[in-house]
Design a protein around this ligand. Structure first.
Ligand code: FAD
Length: 420
């Protein structure tokens, strides 16, 4: 038996694949468990089956989705998208193909166990006991690992706001997690709640089918919707009525469908209570630099931060924690890690950040990337990534009608050009 230390990777989406690739490159042994029949996570589009519950639906991907970041930002640092693809804002199918090619290119497949669900992770001696459910044979088995990388994704468990009167509302409702195609809204007045990327994109997708779309959000600056004449922007909801809602500005609307684009809950149903982590709304703690479990630093959560450049961040977080797992770097004391987290969180709470978005980065992301790289002494993100991220910032809100026609080209590690 190999004497290499063993890493358990939970999930084989974008985060799990880069976790696996980097772990193997650190000369550690690794197994990635994926409960679905294929790798790719979010990027796998599946039609809804009759009777399927929210929990049964694998991914929140919908038909016709094109990325909200250009492909020049969507890839990992060491593997480019096919250069024959001309457009920058690409279909979900092309992202999925990219992830599958990445797995093949880096020979990850032998280390991935598909249709294997992790149902329990608990500390055992110096490492971890992991209970795995082989979904094909319906058998359970136990494995032992030295390290755990949690890459289970955070866009599949719907979060609903508590809104007065929702029980009295008689129309149909669904969460963006279950939205697939726009045709079902033909002839309906529809309310879309939530001004995040999904809310805005779904308004754009459905307006040509629906009779009228009401778009309720609290974005500080209203997105442009004048090119969609049947869309009316609304404030937050005050209360639902039997056939519609009254909004905070006292206006009202009638509709027969509501789509909740109100975000997702972070859930880790497989973590036992003694794993050393608490999940308070969407705040996972105590974590060193939003990823390493301070109480049990042989476990890390990859991909909690949002408003970031996902593939680049996942790869960076993985390389960060592996510097410690592989023994190349020594962690600060527990007290120092806790103190750093405390200072960071106090600043976040003071600036109005809620637990729901506790790991939000936004404009802080560039300092965060720098901090991870400098602290662990690992390769930094290329400067061109930060420059392109800044050029794309919030374009999906304010240039919804045109921004996906743009094309970018990376010139070198520092520079890019916008060619259209
Ligand atoms: P996931 O892709 O969710 O993968 C997690 C994997 O873990 C899944 O395959 C799941 O089956 C598996 N898993 C979970 N629990 C277990 C378990 N217990 N045992 C075994 N396996 C398990 N990002 C962008 O950069 N650009 C975009 O344009 C963009 N568009 C998006 C559109 C939508 C509709 C959504 C929902 C997200 C979008 N994102 C986008 C964000 C996207 O989710 C991330 O880019 C990235 O794909 C997340 O990867 P992940 O590996 O963290 O999670």
């Amino acid at each position: 038996m190999s004497s290499k230390k063993r890493v358990c990777i939970i999930g084989a989406g974008m985060a799990g694949l880069t976790a696996l690739k980097n772990t193997l490159e650190h000369d550690l042994a690794a197994v990635a468990y994926e409960r679905h029949t294929a790798v790719g996570g979010t990027w796998i589009y599946m039609e809804r089956k009759a009777g399927e519950s929210e929990e049964d639906v694998h991914s929140s991907m919908y038909q016709g989705l094109h990325t909200n970041l250009p492909k020049e930002l969507m890839g990992f640092p060491d593997y480019d998208f096919d250069t024959n693809i001309e457009e920058s804002f690409i279909s979900s199918e092309l992202v999925l193909e990219y992830l599958q090619n990445y797995a093949e290119h880096f020979k990850l497949t032998p280390h991935i166990k598909l249709e294997h669900e992790i149902i329990r992770v608990r500390p055992r001696n110096e490492g971890w006991e992991v209970i795995v459910h082989d979904l094909k044979s319906d058998k359970y088995f136990v494995e032992f690992f030295d390290f755990v990388l949690v890459c289970n994704g955070h866009f599949t468990t719907p979060m609903y706001p508590a809104t007065e009167g929702l029980d009295s509302y008689q129309g149909q409702r669904l969460h963006s997690h279950l939205y697939r195609t726009p045709d079902i809204f033909k002839g309906h007045n529809v309310l879309v709640i939530g001004g995040g990327p999904s809310g805005i994109d779904i308004v754009h997708h459905i307006h040509q089918h629906a009779e009228h779309v009401y778009f309720s959000h609290h974005l500080e600056t209203e997105p442009r919707t004048d090119f969609m004449p049947n869309v009316t922007q609304k404030t937050d909801i005050q209360r639902f009525t039997a056939d519609g809602a009254i909004f905070k500005d006292e206006s009202s609307a009638s509709f027969s469908f509501v789509i909740f684009c109100t975000g997702y809950k972070y859930t880790f149903p497989f973590l036992s209570v003694d794993c050393g982590l608490n999940v308070d709304v969407n705040w996972v703690h105590p974590l060193y630099k939003h990823c390493l479990n301070i109480n049990k630093p042989s476990m890390a959560m990859i991909g909690l931060p949002h408003q970031i450049c996902p593939a680049q961040l996942f790869d960076l977080q993985v390389r960060f924690v592996l510097a410690y797992f592989a023994g190349r770097k020594e962690l600060p004391s527990r007290a120092d890690m806790l103190a750093e987290m405390e200072t960071d969180m106090q600043e976040r709470w003071a600036s109005g950040v809620s637990k729901r978005v506790a790991h939000k980065m936004g404009v802080k992301q560039f300092d965060y990337y720098e901090d991870l790289a400098v602290t662990a002494g690992i390769t930094k993100l290329k400067p061109v990534i930060g420059k392109m991220m800044k050029a794309c910032s919030k374009k999906y809100i304010f240039e919804l009608d045109t921004y996906r026609q743009k094309r970018f080209k990376v010139v070198d590690d520092e520079n890019f050009v916008q060619i259209v």
